[in-house]
Ligand binder design. Sequence first.
Ligand SMILES: NC(=O)c1ccc[n+]([C@@H]2O[C@H](COP(=O)([O-])OP(=O)(O)OC[C@H]3O[C@@H](n4cnc5c(N)ncnc54)[C@H](OP(=O)(O)O)[C@@H]3O)[C@@H](O)[C@H]2O)c1
Length: 266
Amino acid sequence: MNRGGRVALITGASSGIGAAVARQAATSGYRVVLLARRAQELERVRGSMERSDQHLTVVCDVADEKSVERACEIVGQRFGHLDLLVNNAGSGYRAPVQEFDAALARRVLDTNVVGVLLCAKHALPLLKRGRDPVVVNISSVVGRHAVPGQALYSASKAAVCSIGEALRIEWAAHDIAVCTLNPGLTSTGFFGAQANPGKLDDPSLATAHGPEEVARVVLELDRRPRPEVFLRPKWRWLAALRLISPRRAERIFARRIGEHWRAPRR
Ligand SMILES: NC(=O)c1ccc[n+]([C@@H]2O[C@H](COP(=O)([O-])OP(=O)(O)OC[C@H]3O[C@@H](n4cnc5c(N)ncnc54)[C@H](OP(=O)(O)O)[C@@H]3O)[C@@H](O)[C@H]2O)c1
């Protein structure tokens, strides 16, 4: 199916996976709305995209309903509809439970969970006017296999999986396909962002996905939507095993996760 001319709204497009999706979508002929909080970074990404004048940057905090509502109004005024929504904005949180910081944790939940629902809510009227509309929610492997030291972040990503399950049924009547994508460790600044600056030199990142690989799968899902996708078959099998034998799955997961996951630091 030709995706040229489709309108895509990508949250968290100022860096990492979101920026990679924006660039690939532009190369495939999409008109892209890049959304995040940092205006300069958004403009930098837009400037690096093909046909940069056809795309739009919108400064928005997905945790703030007014901000999301305004962003969707801007998209409506410029394009009139939306064909693809990629709920990618997210922030990390690592801390052993004894160091749990409730205020910081609420902020993460507001972004990772409430933000997905707010974007879905305010994008719905635009998606209803779209052509073969698709939503891709970026969860994580940790949404299905919780990681020690990341209970809050894992829970937020499990919530994203649940939101996908609920919306798929809720929006079937509108013919909107809803997909959940669960990347594993991806080589972006994500973990560095939370006071762990040395992380990108971590040797465990040698086995990580590149953001471009994740972006390719996002655009594949727009062409051929599927309910839930892992980038590596091992994570899919492990999710299935968890339903039958949770203890065995947990043991295998604990063996598979490298030092990167095992050392919970903030
Ligand atoms: N990296 C990994 O290993 C990995 C693995 C699995 C899943 N993921 C998920 O992939 C997504 C993208 O992460 P990434 O690895 O690409 O990290 P990243 O480079 O840090 O990107 C996060 C993006 O989210 C935006 N963002 C954060 N809070 C926001 C808010 N309140 N409102 C609007 N935008 C906000 C950031 O932009 P501003 O700061 O400009 O707002 C940034 O563009 C996240 O949902 C993450 O949970 C990452």
